[in-house]
Design a protein around this ligand. Structure first.
Ligand code: AMP
Ligand code: ZN
Length: 113
C-alpha cells in the first residue's frame, strides 16, 4: 500500500525507533507513548485490520509471541502489560494497517474508557 504510513515505516521511507524485526513482523516505539514502554507490533505484509488476516498464517500468534518476548526484554513482564488491538473506526483504529499496541511500565484500569 503506497499511501500507508506503516508500510512506509517498514520500507524505511519514514523513520522509526525499531525495537524488533524478523521476516514477518516489525516493532517500533509509538511516537505518542501512553506508557513508559509503548511499542507497535505490525506485520510486514499490509492487512487493513485483523478482519483481513487470512486464516492459518499464524501471524496473530506470532505477534503475541513477539509481545511476550519484548515484555521480558524490556523488563515489564513481571509487572504485567497491556496488549491492544484497535479495529475499525468504532474501535479507535486511526492507522489502517494492522497493529498491536504493547504497553508496559505502568498499571492500567479496566475498562479503558
Ligand atoms: P491506532 O489509534 O490504534 O490506529 O494507533 C495508531 C498509533 O500509531 C498511535 O498510537 C500513534 O501515536 C502511532 N503513530 C502514528 N504515527 C506514528 C509514527 N510515525 N511513528 C510511530 N508511531 C506512530
Ligand atoms: Zn500498510
Amino acid at each position: 500500500m503506497s499511501d500507508c504510513l506503516f508500510c512506509k515505516i517498514i520500507k524505511g521511507e519514514i523513520p522509526s525507533d525499531k525495537v524488533y524485526e524478523d521476516d514477518v513482523v516489525y516493532a517500533f516505539k509509538d511516537i505518542d507513548p501512553k506508557a513508559p514502554n509503548h511499542f507497535l507490533i505490525i506485520p510486514k505484509k499490509h492487512y487493513a485490520s485483523i478482519l483481513d488476516v487470512p486464516k492459518d498464517i499464524g501471524i496473530l500468534d506470532h505477534i503475541h509471541e513477539v509481545a511476550c518476548k519484548l515484555s521480558k526484554e524490556y523488563g515489564f513482564d513481571e509487572g504485567g502489560f497491556r496488549l491492544v488491538n484497535n479495529c475499525g473506526d468504532d474501535g479507535g483504529q486511526t492507522v489502517k494497517h494492522l497493529h498491536y499496541h504493547l504497553l508496559g511500565g505502568r498499571s492500567f484500569s479496566w475498562p479503558p474508557g
